[in-house]
Design a protein around this ligand. Structure first.
Ligand code: PEP
Length: 245
């Protein structure tokens, strides 16, 4: 069983100076927990500050990457740039990018392929909206989205199940909801990757906090969490990390 991954998604928060203060505060308070990996997904402009200031053993990554290798794509950031700075991960297909930037499953798959070609592990996000869950179609919907988003993508991947109705809303899926989807995702991964699927972590994301993370991540098919709001304060991050002991 791979390490549990506590992945933080700062979204569009923290200037480089704020990122530096956060990393310095973390350095003073962080004690690694056996079997738990902490990783910070920060705005690209914050990454060089994190390289210099994160405590040893804490990894970092970006929140998006170009689907192209290099060239005339103004404003984009390539996977080779992220790899060069030492990023380990990149989030692809977050629901905010799918919604606001109209990213398709095919584009998400290309971004994940670019990440892997440059030594990064993509964290591929999937999850249903409320209307889909209310119709009871959440498993079929999410698996179809995942299948499209993993097309041509190798097994060195992390999957984050993030029901859109639970992101930033304070509404958390129950631990059993997370487990139901985690198990269905692991089945799909086993079909696609065979034995290699055993090493693929499936995270849950959606209003995870220090007081609910242990219950959710205690489920056999939930191998960590992707955390937005509660990633911004070091005290909450320490609380979540310690809750996974
Ligand atoms: C996210 O942005 O991936 C997320 C899960 O946000 P929050 O924890 O705030 O719901």
């Amino acid at each position: 069983m791979p390490n549990t991954l506590l992945a933080l998604n700062w979204k569009m928060n923290k200037t480089p100076s704020e990122a530096r203060s956060w990393a310095e505060e973390l350095k003073g308070k962080y004690a690694p927990v056996d079997g738990v990996e902490l990783a910070v997904m920060a705005p690209a402009l914050d990454l060089s500050t994190l390289v210099a200031n994160l405590p040893a053993g804490v990894s970092f990554g970006a929140q998006d990457v170009s689907e192209h290798e290099a060239g005339a794509y103004t404003g984009e950031i390539s996977a080779s740039m992220l790899g060069d700075i030492g990023a380990a991960y990149v989030v692809v297909g977050h629901s905010e990018r799918r919604d606001y930037h109209h990213e398709t499953d095919a584009q998400v798959a290309k971004k994940a392929q670019q990440a892997q070609a440059n030594g990064l592990v993509p964290i591929v996000c999937v999850g249903e909206k409320l209307d889909v869950r209310e119709k009871g179609e959440h498993v079929a919907y999410t698996l179809a989205q995942l299948k499209g988003s993993l097309s041509g993508v190798g097994a060195a991947v992390v999957v984050a199940y993030e029901p859109v109705w639970a992101i930033g809303t304070g509404k958390t899926a129950t631990a059993d909801d997370a487990e139901e989807m985690g198990a269905a995702i692991h089945d799909l991964l086993a079909e696609q990757y065979g034995d290699k699927a055993a090493d693929i972590r499936v995270l849950y994301g959606g209003s995870v906090k220090p007081d609910n993370i242990a219950l959710i991540c205690g489920k056999p098919h939930v191998n960590g969490a992707l955390v937005g709001g509660a990633s911004l304060k070091v005290a909450d991050v320490i609380g979540m990390n310690d809750a996974l002991k």
